[in-house]
Write a protein that binds this ligand. Structure first.
Ligand code: AMP
Ligand code: ZN
Length: 114
């Protein structure tokens, strides 16, 4: 399958992995948009929230619930923002569902209508 995140999971493309378990891996984003920018990537490939099974939802939520215990190690002890881009309007570029984890600085909340 021609999916960059599946290739990373198999070790076919290098990445800076900071965490992994049976549900998810967390890597550093290659093109960071904040001082700290990670991606939480479910081990199972699916594109969109609309394709999630109940098992996928449980696995992703287990991953998200690990974040408080990882926050200090990841430099996110002051807080962080989670973003999931879905589809064209959101500018999704990799069609393997993933959660952006942004932090390491104060994050503004821009008015995107401007
Ligand atoms: P999205 O636009 O929500 O689909 O986000 C895709 C993200 O994946 C972007 O922030 C990219 O910088 C990131 N990305 C793409 N290729 C890689 C890679 N090989 N290693 C780490 N991050 C990547
Ligand atoms: Zn994939």
């Amino acid at each position: 399958m021609d999916c960059v995140f599946c290739k990373i999971a198999k070790g076919e493309i290098p990445s800076e992995k900071v965490y992994s378990d049976d549900d998810v891996m967390i890597i550093k984003d290659i093109d960071p948009k904040a001082e700290k920018h990670y991606l939480m990537i479910p081990n199972r490939h699916y594109k969109l929230i609309s394709e999630m099974t109940d098992g996928d939802a449980d696995a992703l939520m287990r991953g998200i619930r690990k974040l408080p215990s990882l926050a200090e190690k990841l430099g996110l002890e002051n807080g962080y923002r989670l973003v999931i881009n879905q589809g064209d309007d959101a500018g999704q570029t990799v069609f393997h569902l993933h959660v952006h984890i942004l932090g390491g600085q104060s994050l503004d909340f821009p008015d995107l209508r401007k």
